[in-house]
Design a protein around this ligand. Structure first.
Ligand SMILES: NC(=[NH2+])NCCC[C@H](N)C(=O)O
Length: 427
C-alpha cells in the first residue's frame, strides 16, 4: 500500500483518507458502575451501536478514498516484535501495570495485543486470575471511547498532534496513535519534526511530570491559515500555548490561532460540540455561545503566529474573529431558535456535523430542529439508509446534502459524527 501523505488544511475539503473505530466488544464490557468514569451516559447495546457505525462507515466510503480502522493500523504497526515489545514497555510505564499483565501481553501476537489493549481483559479470562483493579474486575481495562477517534490525535496541515487526554478514562488512547504515526508502514516516513504537539513522549521519558492536555475535539483546522482551538474542560490554555509556539516556530502556512474560551462543562466538553464548519460559507453553532447579545457569549484569544514573539489579543466573538481572519461564516442554528431545542439537540451532538466535502455533511437524525434549519439553508435531507440503498445518488453532484445517521445508541456515548472520525487527508 502506498504511503499516506497527511494533508489537512480545512474542515470541509473533499475527504481522502479517514480513520474510525468500530465500537468493539470493549463497549459490551462496560458495567454500570464504570460508566460515568468511562465517560458514557449509559451502557450501550453494542450490536445496535455497531450496526449504526457500520452505516456511518458506508456513508464515509461514498466519498472518501479510504476508511481505515485504527485497530487494523495498530496491529500493522506492531508487525515487528521489537515495536510490539516497545509498545508494551511504554504501556506498562503509562498505566503502571503489574508484571504478570505485561508478561501476558508480551506472549501475545500483535492482533491479540491490540485486542487486549482496546477491548480489555476481564480478570477471570486470565490463567492466574490476576486482579490488579479489583473494583473493575479487569486485568487490562477496556478503552470504549476509542470509537471517538477524533480526540487522541489530530492531523494539522502536513503534521500531527499526539494529544494528551484530560481524563483517566482516555489516557491510553494517544499511546496507540503515537505508535501508529511512528511505526505504521504507511506513516513511518513522517519525521519527528512533523509532531506538532506531544506531551506523552516526554512524560514516558520522565522529562515532565505534569503534562498539559489537548484533545482533538477542540482542534479545528479551518483553513490553511486559521486554526480554532477550544480551551475547555479537556484542553488547557498552556497546551494551546505550546501548540501555538510550535506552529509559529515551524513556519507553516498557519498565521492565526483562535483560542475559544469555553465553559468547563460536560455538555460542551470540546469546541466541536458547539461549533463545526459545514461549507465554504456556513457553520453549525450552538446559538447561546455565539450570539452577540447573549450572556453566554464566548470570548476568543487570538494568537498571531507570524509575530516574532508569541503575540495575543482578545476578541469578543468567534464568528467576528473569524471574519477578521478572512473566514466569513453564516451560522446555522443547532436546535433552531427555540432555547429548549437548542439545549436538547446540542446535548445529542446536533452541532457536531462531519463534512465529507463542502456542503456535504453527516449528522445524527434525531436532531430534527437542526435538520429543519439545514433544510432552510438549502441542504437536501437524506436518510443514511436510503443513501446506501441507492448507489446512483451522487453526494458530489455540486448541491448541498445532509445525510442523517440513526444514532439511538451512538449518541448516548456523548459524541457525534465529527467526534467519530480522524481525517488524515482532504483535498
Ligand atoms: N470530539 C468529541 N466531541 N468527542 C466526544 C467524546 C465523547 C467521549 N465519551 C468523552 O467523553 O470523551
Amino acid at each position: 500500500m502506498p504511503a499516506i501523505e497527511l494533508s489537512i488544511f480545512s474542515e470541509i475539503g473533499r475527504l481522502r483518507q479517514v480513520v474510525v473505530h468500530k465500537p468493539g466488544p470493549e463497549v459490551d464490557m462496560m458495567v454500570p458502575d464504570m460508566m460515568e468514569q468511562l465517560l458514557f451516559d449509559d451502557i450501550l447495546y453494542g450490536d445496535l451501536a455497531r450496526a449504526e457505525h457500520e452505516v456511518f462507515r458506508k456513508v464515509l466510503a461514498r466519498v472518501a478514498d479510504e476508511v481505515l480502522d485504527i485497530q487494523d493500523l495498530f496491529v500493522e504497526s506492531m508487525e515487528s516484535e521489537g515495536v510490539k515489545l516497545a509498545f508494551i514497555e511504554d504501556f506498562r510505564r503509562l498505566v503502571d501495570m503489574p508484571d504478570e499483565s505485561a508478561n501476558l501481553l508480551r506472549d501475545m501476537a500483535p492482533a491479540d495485543v491490540a485486542r487486549a489493549v482496546i477491548t480489555g481483559i476481564p480478570w477471570d479470562d486470565t490463567l492466574d486470575h490476576t486482579h490488579w483493579q479489583k473494583r473493575f474486575d479487569y486485568t487490562v481495562r477496556p478503552i470504549p471511547n476509542l470509537l471517538f477517534m477524533r480526540d487522541p490525535a489530530a492531523v494539522v496541515g502536513r503534521g500531527y498532534n499526539i494529544n494528551f487526554m484530560a481524563t483517566w478514562a482516555r489516557e491510553r488512547e494517544p499511546l496507540i496513535l503515537s505508535y501508529v504515526f511512528r511505526h505504521h508502514p504507511r506513516l513511518r516516513h513522517l519525521q519527528e519534526s512533523d509532531r506538532l504537539f506531544d506531551q506523552l513522549t516526554p512524560l514516558l521519558k520522565g522529562q515532565i511530570r505534569m503534562p498539559q492536555s489537548l484533545e482533538g475535539g477542540d482542534t479545528l483546522v479551518l483553513s490553511d491559515k486559521v486554526l480554532a482551538v477550544g480551551c475547555s474542560e479537556r484542553t488547557s490554555a498552556d497546551a494551546i500555548h505550546m501548540l501555538a509556539e510550535n506552529l509559529r516556530r515551524q513556519d507553516l502556512s498557519f498565521d492565526t490561532l483562535l483560542m475559544v474560551l469555553m465553559p468547563k462543562v460536560r455538555s460542551a466538553m470540546h469546541l466541536d460540540t458547539i461549533f463545526t464548519r459545514v461549507s465554504e460559507s456556513e457553520c453549525l453553532i450552538y446559538p447561546p455561545f455565539f450570539t452577540d447579545q447573549s450572556r453566554e457569549l464566548l470570548n476568543v484569544v487570538k494568537f498571531d503566529l507570524r509575530h516574532p514573539t508569541l503575540h495575543t489579543s482578545v476578541e469578543a466573538n468567534l464568528l467576528r474573529a473569524l471574519r477578521g481572519a478572512g473566514i466569513d461564516l453564516e451560522p446555522i442554528r443547532c436546535g433552531g431558535d427555540n432555547y429548549i431545542m437548542q439545549q436538547r439537540e446540542q446535548w445529542t451532538d446536533g452541532a457536531n456535523a462531519f463534512c465529507l466535502a463542502p456542503g456535504v455533511i453527516v449528522m445524527y437524525s434525531r436532531n430534527h430542529a437542526t435538520a429543519d434549519e439545514l433544510a432552510k439553508a438549502g441542504y437536501r435531507i437524506l436518510m443514511a439508509r436510503d443513501l446506501i440503498a441507492d448507489p446512483s445518488i451522487d453526494l458530489l453532484d455540486g448541491g448541498k446534502w445532509a445525510v442523517m445517521l440513526e444514532s439511538a445508541e451512538l449518541s448516548r456515548a456523548r459524541g457525534g459524527p465529527r467526534c467519530m472520525t480522524m481525517p488524515l487527508a482532504r483535498s
